[in-house]
Each structure stands twice: as structure tokens, then as C-alpha cells.
Design a protein around this ligand. Structure first.
Ligand SMILES: O=c1[nH]c(=O)c2ncn([C@@H]3O[C@H](COP(=O)(O)OP(=O)(O)OP(=O)(O)O)[C@@H](O)[C@H]3O)c2[nH]1
Ligand SMILES: [Mg+2]
Length: 242
């Protein structure tokens, strides 16, 4: 995890153009809306439900952008890179989530590569057929960037459990094969409230909410310091097909 002191270090970085300050304090605060950026509708729904419970000190708007993702074994780094892109795309404060599912018997794989396993329809429970150890953990890395060019903060939430044969509606990715510790049901068999009470995502979001609640005025100032015009992400990806 990146320590909150990173924000102080980030504050010494060169600044881009600052937006004009509003006159009244209320207007000044209203300038700041944090964007939660994701291309995943299921994730979006859970985040809305969870943050409804935790509350954030500033308004949050959900925005559907499928950001490029760094391919890397450390989920915190992926989340931080995604938050940097998200903040640039929005021209202001942004939050992202990067989720991993780690199977202990196979050294924590697929971890952050779970999305590609899901897309290739690998049956996760069959991967563990030859292993006695069926334990696994889900990890959500929530990264917050106060704005373009800032160093993101990363909050990690983990939920331990076991990989089982699929039970419950297929719904959200691998929920049907993940049975959290202390529960007789898989995530897919549980109600949304029951999953959100113990999930990797709700644990990470609780840490984020706790951090952001710390000093609201400082947070608003920090976001305004970094605010700039949004950029078109297409312009930032350069590659050549051979
Ligand atoms: O059963 C599930 N229960 C969950 O709680 C959960 N959270 C994420 N996922 C899936 O795991 C991969 C993560 O990849 P991921 O974090 O990069 O997400 P994403 O690319 O879909 O969206 P985003 O990166 O635009 O936010 C993707 O296949 C997601 O569908 C979950 N599946
Ligand atoms: Mg993704």
C-alpha cells in the first residue's frame, strides 16, 4: 500500500493549469466530483451499493470507460496505473478497482490475470483437481488519484475462501465458484447485501472511505490543485501493427 504521505510528496510536483476558483466556499466544493471509472457494469453496481453504505465526503459519479490495463503481477501497480489513466481521462479525481482471484495451490495464479482466464472460459475448479489445497483469496485494489499527474493511493481488500464446483447463478464472473471463509454459500448464492458485508471490494472501499473522510478541505484543495482538461485516451496509446 502507498502511504498517505505520498500525497504530500505529490503536492511538490509541477502543477498544470489550475481551474478558476469559485467565489463561495460551497461553489468551491461543488467543483469537485470524483469519478469512479470502470467498463464493468457488475462492478459498478456493487460499488454503488457499497458506497451507499459507507458514504464519501464528496459526490461520486460513475463513468463507463474501459481503460487499458498494465499487465503485471502486482495488483497494486495495476490499480495505480489504471487510476493515473482514469484521472487523465476525466481531468480530475478518479477512483478505479482492479480485482484479482488467487488460487493458493498454484502460487496465487491467475491473480490479476483472472479476467483473461474468465474470457477463455477456463473452469477454475477444474484447475485444482490434482491439488488438495482448494483455498483461494479474492483481492480488490481500489486506487484513488486526486487528478492528472498525481501519485495514486491504493487500498487493498482481501476475502479468503475456497474454490468449489459452481453453485448459484453465474451472474458476476467467478462468484459461483468462490465460497468465502465462514460461509456455507458461494458469493453467487448470497444476496448482494450478504456479499457486500464481507467482500474484498467492500473491505477496500471501506479503507478508501475512511481515508477520504480524514480532512475534507485538504481533499478538495488537493483535487483542485491537480484539475486540468480531460484528455482523449486514444491519443495516448501508440503502437504499430506488424
Ligand atoms: O465473480 C466475480 N466477483 C467479483 O466480485 C468480481 N470482481 C471482478 N470480477 C471479474 O474479475 C475480473 C477482474 O478484472 P478487472 O478488475 O480488470 O475488471 P474489469 O476489466 O472487468 O473492469 P474495469 O477494469 O474496467 O473496472 C473481470 O473479469 C471481472 O468481471 C469479479 N468476478
Ligand atoms: Mg479491467
Amino acid at each position: 500500500l502507498v502511504s498517505p504521505r505520498t500525497h504530500a510528496a505529490a503536492a511538490t510536483l509541477p502543477r498544470r493549469r489550475r481551474p478558476a476558483r469559485a467565489t463561495s466556499e460551497d461553489d468551491h466544493d461543488e467543483c469537485v466530483i470524483i469519478k469512479f471509472v470502470t467498463g464493468n457494469a457488475m462492478k459498478l453496481r456493487e460499488v454503488e451499493e457499497i458506497l451507499g453504505m459507507n458514504g464519501l465526503p464528496l459526490p461520486l459519479e460513475m463513468i463507463d470507460i474501459d481503460l487499458d490495463e498494465l499487465q503485471e503481477s502486482q495488483p497494486e501497480k495495476i490499480a495505480a496505473a489504471k487510476a493515473r489513466l482514469a484521472a487523465e481521462a476525466c481531468g480530475g479525481p478518479a477512483i478505479v478497482d482492479d480485482t484479482s482471484l488467487c488460487l493458493n495451490a498454484i502460487g496465487g495464479m491467475p491473480g490479476p490475470y483472472i479476467k483473461w482466464f474468465q474470457q477463455s472460459k477456463v473452469e477454475l475448479h477444474r484447475l485444482l483437481t490434482d491439488y488438495d489445497d482448494k483455498s483461494a483469496f479474492a483481492q480488490s485494489c481500489i486506487a484513488f488519484s486526486p487528478g492528472p499527474g498525481a501519485v495514486p493511493l491504493v487500498f487493498s481488500g482481501v476475502c479468503n475462501g475456497t474454490i468449489v464446483s459452481p453453485r448459484g447463478g453465474s451472474g458476476f464472473g467467478w462468484d459461483a465458484v468462490f465460497q468465502p471463509e465462514g460461509s456455507a454459500e458461494t458469493f453467487a448464492e448470497m444476496s448482494g447485501e450478504a456479499k457486500n458485508a464481507i467482500s474484498h471490494r467492500s473491505r477496500a472501499l471501506a479503507l478508501l472511505a475512511q481515508h477520504l473522510k480524514g480532512d475534507r478541505d485538504l481533499l478538495v484543495d488537493l483535487c483542485l490543485e491537480y484539475a486540468t482538461d480531460p484528455v482523449f485516451l486514444e491519443d495516448r496509446v501508440h503502437y504499430r501493427e506488424t
